[in-house]
Ligand binder design. Structure first.
Ligand code: HEM
Length: 136
């Protein structure tokens, strides 16, 4: 039997606090704030539940929200490298301030960085075909 990361850090309250700190960064970030809705509370809860579930906690996120489909859910938000880097910046700060051993923090950061890269849905200008990709 191996214990999950969720259990090791102390369960859902740890993820709630992590996301709370992350959102403090988002609130004052000129790149990210415009992408988020006025009321940040529902999104906070969804992200915290998703992360808890991902790392071995109960399936509350999927019960409430269905399959995560993270890429599809992020398509309405234009995410280029700049947005990805801003997101990872605030999440890294939140993880750094968390109570956990260094191996656990490294495991979380590796996952979060990769997941954020996977959600990039805007190509940089110099990679777009001539005419910006539109025909005619
Ligand atoms: C790459 C940069 C990212 C940006 C700019 C971004 C932006 C957003 C925005 C604007 C929302 C909507 C919030 C709301 O409705 O209140 C959202 C929701 C969410 N994001 Fe991200 N996100 C990013 C990366 C990630 C990553 C890496 C993960 C997971 C590891 C993630 C997980 C989620 C989840 C679970 C939700 C809630 C989905 C739901 O409605 O159930 N996001 N994100």
């Amino acid at each position: 039997m191996t214990t999950s990361l969720y259990e090791r850090v102390g369960g859902q309250p740890w993820f709630d606090a992590l996301v709370e700190r992350f959102y403090e960064g988002v609130e004052s970030d000129p790149v990210l704030r415009p992408l988020y809705p006025e009321d940040l509370e529902p999104g906070k809860r969804h992200l915290a539940l998703f992360l808890g579930q991902y790392w071995g906690g109960p399936g509350t996120y999927s019960e409430q929200r269905g399959h995560p489909r993270l890429r599809a859910r992020h398509l309405p938000f234009p995410i280029a490298e700049r947005e990805r880097d801003a997101w990872v910046h605030h999440m890294s700060a939140a993880v750094a301030d968390a109570e956990a051993d260094e191996a656990t923090k490294a495991e979380l950061l590796a996952y979060l960085g990769d997941a954020a890269t996977f959600l990039i849905n805007q190509r940089p200008l110099d990679l777009r075909p001539p005419g910006g990709g539109r025909q005619g």
